[in-house]
Design a protein around this ligand. Structure first.
Ligand code: GDP
Length: 633
């Protein structure tokens, strides 16, 4: 890669501009041309230590997709470098050697070319020596280039994001034309060319997450392939037996998370498997739990994104890739395969995989692949479309193209390593030979692994985020269910003009407010009826209590009445007894009570009269005596 950068005719000039801008203390070196100073030799030696870091960076940026035309397009023709680095990767590999530390500034390969290039002169391009050719400084990275417009539209969206036939909601205002910024050459090293390094360091520190789903009937070699893909026991046989050992009557969705480390890069890998898929006698709707799982992850992400207090980057547990295992029947797709891929194709990146490819001859395998691709086309199934270019050029691009042509990947999985001719081979040993897993002549395992992990992992994540998740989000906000039908019977919140043009045309805030008001009214009505019910219950309770106390009162009244009647009867009885006693007494004495009463009255009155007469006489005597004596009373 670096060789490519230095193999250009004006390479030294390119290099010179880098050196002069990065060293910074080259005041004394500016005039030295053509010899190796001790300092340069020391630099070369120190740069060998950079080789390890460099390889890690390459590993990281291998999967980056960078528009190759961006650089050359941005450089004005007058100052066009003869062959500027065409990809960010190339530029980065050069720039990585120009980190601020003086001993790390030169870009030199750790090979024989090192000394030659380290003889470079630290010349300030702004003040070239009189003998030097006219300066044509070439920016090592596309420093001022505006990103070139992406020529290709989002993949796999045509079916959902159909262009509406109505005019846009609001006519576009005539905006003033924005002028393309002019490219300015810099007189020295500013430092923003180090940005890719910052991004790299941040990304490595944060780590990466990837969710891979495997779907297929049990026994097709899913767990074996996953272990082979990541060269480790992702499925620990004791703790986490493969799907075939967990066959269930109904389809289940299970996840297992492992943290993988490679050259200091951490990958949190989530494997989602679906034990029980396609194993029942009646497999209708066996895809539903899988659709529910995929959508629940989108829902989680949407909720995390729409929280008021949200994280800058919510955890991404969305399913980025689904390996769909096709049985090596040689007879094309089964109805279940078609149904599953049709239903999931616009929700997740499906990569079809022919399982146990060692059970077919190369010719059979070729025919089978053709048949499958034909059926995929016939049934309008959407599978993940590997982009032709990953930003690589030359051999890398050709390799990608040839690997892309191998879809659907016919794979062989094996967890055993066999020793043969001093070589350690991962493969399946048969009496007639070894089916090598990592041999492109035997199967497409390497193609699958390279495409999914090495070159297209980031693209899988990008497509998940920008196509499948966006579609889900759009459907969700438009109130549509996963089959595209309206969620609610009254879909007032959809714009009348159409549904699927863009978020703004789908979303109608006024209608949404009305909908919310309607929901609020319904809620109030419900509350009212609930309160009414509670009131009725209370009234019923009160009435029951009143009735009870009424009955109690009546009971007590009855008891009192009975007691009084008994008393009355007793009194009557006693009255009668008294009368009888009186009658008996009158009979015995011959007197009646009336006679007795009369006599007693008479006796009383006589006594009273006698007593009065005596009193009057006494009074008279007294008054006579007093008159005689002259005393008045
Ligand atoms: P799963 O149920 O889909 O997870 O399948 P397993 O990974 O448990 O594999 C089931 C059986 O198939 C095991 O005996 C594996 O050794 C075997 N197997 C796995 N991959 C291959 C393959 O590529 N070719 C052949 N012939 N057998 C395989």
């Amino acid at each position: 890669m670096a060789n490519r950068a230095f193999s250009t005719g004006n390479g030294p000039q390119t290099k010179l501009s880098r050196c002069s801008s990065s060293v910074g203390d080259s005041g004394t070196d500016k005039t030295k041309v053509g010899w190796t100073s001790p300092r340069d030799i020391w630099r070369n030696l120190s740069l060998r230590r950079k080789a390890e870091l460099q390889s890690k960076r390459e590993l990281f940026f291998k999967s980056d997709t960078v528009s190759g035309g961006g650089v050359s397009a941005s450089v004005p023709p007058s100052a066009a470098p003869p062959a500027p680095p065409s990809t960010l990767k190339d530029a980065l590999s050069k720039r990585s050697a120009t980190l601020p530390e003086p001993q790390e500034t030169n870009h030199v390969e750790a090979n024989g070319i090192a000394t030659k290039h380290s003889n470079s002169v630290s010349v300030d391009v702004s003040k070239p020596p009189s003998t030097a050719p006219p300066p044509t400084p070439a920016p090592p990275v596309p420093i001022s280039a505006p990103p070139a417009p992406v020529p290709t539209p989002l993949r796999s969206t045509e079916n959902i994001m159909k262009k509406a036939e109505h005019p846009p909601v609001a006519p576009k205002p005539d905006l003033p034309k924005i002028e393309k910024p002019k490219t300015k050459e810099l007189d020295g090293y500013v430092g923003f060319a180090n940005l890719p390094n910052q991004v790299y360091r941040k990304a490595v520190k944060k780590g990466f997450e990837f969710t891979l789903m495997v779907v297929g009937e049990s026994g097709l070699g899913k767990s074996t392939l996953i272990n082979s893909l990541f060269l480790t026991e992702v499925y620990d046989k004791d703790k986490h037996p493969g799907p075939s050992l967990r066959v269930k009557k109904t389809v289940g969705v299970e996840t297992s998370v492992v943290l993988l480390k490679e050259n200091g890069v951490n990958l949190t890998l989530t494997i989602v498997d679906t034990p029980g898929f396609g194993d029942a006698v009646d497999n209708s709707n066996c895809w539903q739990p899988i659709i529910d799982f995929v959508e629940s992850k989108y829902e989680e992400f949407l909720n995390a994104e729409s929280r008021v207090a949200r994280k800058a980057a919510p955890p991404d547990t969305r399913v980025h890739c689904c390996l769909y295992f096709i049985a090596p029947s040689g007879h094309g797709l089964k109805p279940l395969d078609v149904e599953f891929m049709q239903r999931l194709g616009d929700k997740v990146n499906i990569i079809p995989v022919i399982a146990k490819a060692d059970t077919m001859t190369p010719e059979e395998c070729k025919d089978f692949k053709e048949q499958i691709m034909k059926e995929i086309g016939q049934h309008k199934i959407k599978i993940y479309d590997f982009p032709e270019s990953t930003g690589e050029e030359g051999d890398g691009a050709d390799v990608t193209k040839s690997l892309r042509a191998r879809v659907p990947f016919a794979v062989v999985g094996a967890n055993t390593v066999i020793e043969q001719d001093g070589r350690r081979i991962r493969g399946r040993k048969y009496p007639w030979g070894i089916a090598e897993v990592e041999n492109l002549e035997h199967c497409d395992f390497l193609a699958l692994r390279n495409m999914v992990i090495r070159t297209h992992l980031q693209d899988l994540k990008d497509v998940t985020s920008s196509v499948h998740y966006e579609n889900y989000r759009c459907r969700k906000l438009a109130g549509l269910s996963h089959d595209g039908k309206p969620h609610r019977t009254n879909s007032n919140n959809l714009c009348p003009q159409g549904l699927m043009n863009s978020f703004m045309t789908v979303w109608n805030p006024l209608a949404q407010m009305e909908e919310e008001k309607r929901e609020h009214d319904l809620k109030m009505e419900k509350m009212e009826s609930e309160m009414e019910q509670i009131f009725q219950t209370k009234v019923r309770d009160k009435r029951a209590k009143l009735k009870e106390s009424e009955a109690e009162l009546a009971r007590r009244h009855e008891a009192t009445r009975r007691a009084l009647e008994a008393q009355a009867r007793e009194l009557d009885e006693r009255q009668r007894a008294l009368n009888a006693e009186r009658a008996a007494w009158e009979r015995d004495t011959g007197l009646s009570l009336d006679d007795l009463r009369r006599r007693s009255l008479e006796a009383n009155s006589k006594e009273t009269v006698d007593g009065k007469e005596k009193k009057d006489k006494k009074k008279k005597d007294w008054s006579f005596k007093s008159v005689a004596t002259g005393i008045s009373i």
